[in-house]
Design a protein around this ligand. Sequence first.
Ligand code: GDP
Ligand code: GDP
Length: 436
Amino acid sequence: MNPVIALVGRPNVGKSTLFNRLTRTRDALVADFAGLTRDRKYGNGALGDKTYTVIDTGGISGNEEGIEAAMAEQSLLAIDEADIVLFMVDGRSGLTAADEAIANHLRVNQKKTWLVVNKTDGLEEHSAAADFWQLGLGDPRPIAAAHGRNVTALIDEVLAPFPPREVNAAPPDLSNGIRIGVIGRPNVGKSTLVNRLLGEERVIVFDEAGTTRDAIEIPFERRGKPYVLVDTAGVRRRKNVKETTEKFSIIKTLEAIKDCHVAVMVLDARSGLVDQDLHLLDYVLSSGRALILAVNKWDGLEQEAKDKMRTEVKRRLGFADYAEMHFISALHGTAVGDLYPSITRAFDSANSHWSTNRLTTLLQDAVSEHQPPLVHGRRIKLRMAHQGGSNPPIIVVHGNQTGSLPEAYKRYLINTFRKVLKVRGTPMRFEFRSGD
Ligand code: GDP
Ligand code: GDP
C-alpha cells in the first residue's frame, strides 16, 4: 500500500499549493471527493522509486470555537487514514493561536508528524522557522511550496522509512481466483451483500487482523471455483466484536478498487443516486477496473419508485454504460446469484486477447461499412489494429491523419469493437496512431 500523507493546517498556509506540487506527476490520479467527505482531496504522486498518496484536508477554520468541531469533522478523519501528517504553518504570518490549537491535537496523536513552515521564499529560513520551535513538534522544516524550495528533500526524508514501490503497481494477484471488491458509500448495503454472497459458500480461513484502513480479504469457493472478496465494509469484524459502525475510509475503498479484478459497486434504490456515488464511480472508471452495478434494496419498492430509479440511473450513469446492472435485494437474496455470471463475464472481457489479424479484419469491416470522413480533401485511412494491453483492453489503431478523426467516428469504432468482440463489464481504451 502507498504511504499516505495528510496535509493539515489552517486555511491559506499553502496546503493546496503543496498538494498540487506533490501530485503533479504523470501518474497522478487525483480524485476529488468533495461531496463524499466534505473537503478531502486525494491524489497520487511519485518521487524517485517511491509512490505515495496525499490527502489535502482543505483547511481547518481559524475560528477558536469552531476548531474542535472542524478538526473532528474532517482533519481527524484524514489523520486517521494517514501514515504521516505534514502540519503546515505560514512562515510569513508567524505563529498563531489556531496553529497552537492544531498542534495540541497533533501532539496527542500517535501519527508521525512533520512540522512544515511554508512561504519561506525571500525569508531567512532559520529565523522564519525559529518561531515554531515552541509548538513542541520537533524541528520546523522550512519550505516554499509555490517554488518547490526544499520540497523534494523533505518528501525524500518523509518517505525514507517506506519501501520503494514500482510506479506502475503489478496487477492484482490471480492465484486465489477472481478478486471481487464490494464498494459503495455507507449504508447502501455492502455488509449485507457480502454476507449474502458468502452465505452459502465455503469460506476459507481469513485474517481478521489489520488496521481500520486495510480492506479485509476473504477467500472462498463457489461451485469449486476460488474467489476472494475484498471487503471494505468490515462485515465479519463487526459481527464478532462489539464495535460501532466503522468509519467509512476512502483510502480503504481506493485500495480495494486497486486490489480487485472486478468492482461491484452497490447503489441504494431507496435513497436514490447522490453525488457521493458519482464521485466514487468516477474513481472506478479512471482506475480501469471491470465493474458491475448492483442497485440494492429493490425489495418492496412501489412500481413508481422503481421506474424513477431506473430512469435516474440511465440518465446519470450513462458514462458507465459498459457495466452490467442488477436490481437486487441483499436482504432477501433476490438476484444476488446473478452477480456471479456477470463478474465472470466482466473478468473474462477485461483479460481477453485477440489476434492482430482478427482486430484488423474487424477494423476493415467497420471502415467499409462506414467510411471515415475527408480531411482537407484526403480521406482518413485506418489500416491496422492490434492489442496494446489488457485489463482494461487497449486497442491500438494505425492509420493516417488519425489525429483528425471526429469523436463521433471514434465512438462508432469503439461501439462496433465492443459489440463484435462481446466485451462487457470492462472499460476499453483506444489509441490512434498516425503514420503521417
Ligand atoms: P490552503 O488554503 O492551505 O490550501 O492554501 P493555498 O495553497 O490555497 O495557498 C494560500 C496562498 O498562499 C495562495 O495565495 C498561494 O499562492 C500562497 N502560497 C502558497 N505557497 C506559497 C509559498 O511557498 N510562498 C509564497 N510566497 N506564497 C505561497
Ligand atoms: P453498508 O454500510 O454499506 O455495509 O450497509 P449495511 O449492509 O450495513 O446495510 C445498511 C442498512 O440497509 C441495514 O439496515 C440493512 O439491513 C439495510 N439493507 C441492506 N440491504 C438491504 C436490502 O436489500 N433491502 C432493504 N430493504 N434493506 C437493506
